[in-house]
Design a protein around this ligand. Structure first.
Ligand code: ATP
Ligand code: MG
Length: 331
């Protein structure tokens, strides 16, 4: 497979009031067309900085000191802002970490995806709304017509993340950079979103740079793993090899810290005092969508109740109803 993205000797520094912070110190990595590469490392190791450098999105004060980022044979570090706009979204697209922040809360989901299509010159204003619905459907959203008319807060976290994937796909990029795309979601939705990204990549021969601090996720989803530590590549190997025989001490630490419930032991339940809250048959609908459907539980004074469930299962709606907070879209 041809090399699509080659980062070589990349050094990035942030200038702050307290001096210059070196964030990347000679990073080298390659992503081939259609390949999935995971960029793994602890917080502050430089994962997002790498992503932002590739997208020409370094914040103020951040700058490339040295090195090259070659995409499809072109050095991106030499591009003007105008040149960047032709690459960003069209050749390389970002699926950001927090769908809550990345979507505009006061615009309908469909309009935001349609806007991405128009900006990239891939649809006329007239055709964009129906193409946006198609993209939402391609991103695995059931009932895409309804979702397109809704506002971001009316969608669960998992659906918002899918809407962002739809927007990222709008420009038909060759490389998708997913910066911890699922860290705000529960585990089962995380899996589905990551499976979905993987299927997409395979179907359309997209390359994927998957940023995560979870080596388990990286091992399941990537062909190759690149381990960053303090702005340097500590180790780089095919996923299986790296897990079977990590050569770097830092990778072994990451492996040891991989989240697992294997050694979980439950705490003894607390009796609690008199019943404080009694919920019985709680129901809530938003238009045609049933958010909460007959929830009953009681909570005693001094007790802690955990409300657990996948994204969109009605946890937040239940909490808001208990607190008598009106949801903005109350139907
Ligand atoms: P996380 O897992 O927490 O997202 P990361 O691996 O993405 O971490 P980066 O955000 O790339 O790490 O940060 C790399 C280094 O650059 C850190 O030392 C960080 O403090 C610094 N840094 C990042 N953004 C800025 C900024 N806007 N201004 C100054 N320093 C920054
Ligand atoms: Mg980050």
């Amino acid at each position: 497979m041809p090399e699509l993205l080659v980062i070589d000797g990349l050094e990035v520094a942030y200038r702050t009031r307290r001096g210059t912070i070196p964030a990347l110190d000679g990073v080298r990595l390659t992503v081939r067309s259609g390949q999935a590469v995971a960029l793994v490392g602890e917080s502050g190791s430089g994962k997002s900085t790498t992503a932002h450098a590739v997208l020409g999105l370094l914040p103020r004060g951040g700058r490339i000191v040295r090195g090259s980022i070659t995409f499809a044979g072109r050095d991106l570090t030499r591009l003007s802002e105008r040149g960047w706009r032709a690459v960003r979204g069209r050749e390389v697209a970002l699926v950001p970490q927090d769908p809550g922040v990345a979507l505009n809360p006061v615009r309908r989901v469909g309009d935001q995806v349609a806007e991405a299509l128009v900006v990239h010159g891939l649809a006329t204003r007239r055709a964009a709304p129906s193409e946006a619905v198609d993209l939402l459907a391609r991103a695995g959203i059931a009932d895409p017509r309804l979702r397109a008319r809704q506002y971001p807060h009316e969608l669960s976290g998992g659906l918002r993340q899918r809407a962002l994937i739809a927007a990222a796909l709008a420009g038909r990029p060759k490389l998708i950079i997913a910066d911890e795309p699922t860290s705000a979601l529960d585990v089962t939705v995380q899996c589905r979103i990551l499976d979905y990204l993987g299927e997409l990549a395979a179907r359309d021969n997209l390359a994927l740079l998957l940023i995560t601090h979870d080596l388990g996720v990286a091992a399941d989803r990537a062909d190759e793993i690149v381990v960053l530590s303090r702005g340097r590549v500590a180790e780089r190997a095919p996923a299986r090899e790296l897990l079977a025989a990590p050569t770097h001490a830092y990778t072994r630490q990451l492996l040891a810290a991989a989240p697992s419930l294997a050694d979980y032991s439950p705490r003894p339940p607390r009796e609690g005092g008199p019943v404080l809250v009694e919920v019985s048959g709680l129901r809530k609908r938003f238009g045609s969508i049933t958010a909460v459907d007959g929830v009953s539980f009681s909570l005693r004074r001094g007790q802690t109740l955990a409300l657990v469930g996948e994204s969109g299962s009605g946890k937040s709606t239940t909490a808001r109803l208990l607190l008598r907070l009106e949801t903005p879209s109350a139907g």
